[in-house]
Design a protein around this ligand. Sequence first.
Ligand code: ADP
Ligand code: MG
Length: 244
Amino acid sequence: MPDSTPLRLEVSHLSRAFGGRRVVDDVTLTVAAGQVTCLLGPSGCGKSTTLRIIAGVERTDQGEVRIDGRLVEGPGVHVPPEARSVGLMFQDFALFPHLTVAENVGFGLRAERARKVQRIGELLEKVDLSGFGQKHPHELSGGEQQRVALARALAPRPRVMLMDEPFSGLDNRLRDGIRDRTLELLKEEGAAVLLVTHEPDEAMRMADEIALMRQGRIVQKGAPYNVYNAPVDKAAAAFFSDIN
Ligand code: ADP
Ligand code: MG
């Protein structure tokens, strides 16, 4: 591929050990502007730890993280999470229960009041929750809460969106529709996305590029079609084989 799209996120040679065991082992990956890279692998392979290092809530032992070319994590460098321009979205949504939907969406927004109100309204409309601003999270369904979490993460227009299994808490029946709508919205907003998942079908559906992870290491990288059709080894083939 010609190198014409700017790289929003560059992760090089990250390694992290807990109690002498390397759970992230020489991980290198990139996300281009407007693209979705899926970090895909079985439970326990080190996906969340990798994402947490990129977010700045976990430190790395080796390697570095760059956002828009700026070094945010590396030897002697640790930019705090709130100064990295990353949006975060997790499986449990982690909405603030005591805040309204509008307050949740506006939480990370640093802007004057009128602009804040405008951006909140715009996002609620995009996630089809226009009438929901004054409700509280407990009054919403799982799918609605997911959309509030998405709107909240996108509100400050982060350079990079980090999503850790953001659909696994959802009802099977709703999931595909929500995945499609989420992808549409991420593209509309021009986000560069690193999406963590243990589900091959989710990666096939959403990724521009897949980075396949096993026991802390990236074992294969490529377009979904290529990774699916030309698995690097038997274990990779088996991992994809239970796709439906
Ligand atoms: P995944 O997200 O792929 O399921 P994780 O990154 O959560 O994997 O975890 C990878 C491994 O690192 C697991 O064995 C987990 O128990 C271990 N681990 C994660 N965080 C810590 C920690 N803070 N202390 C010790 N071990 C951890
Ligand atoms: Mg995880």
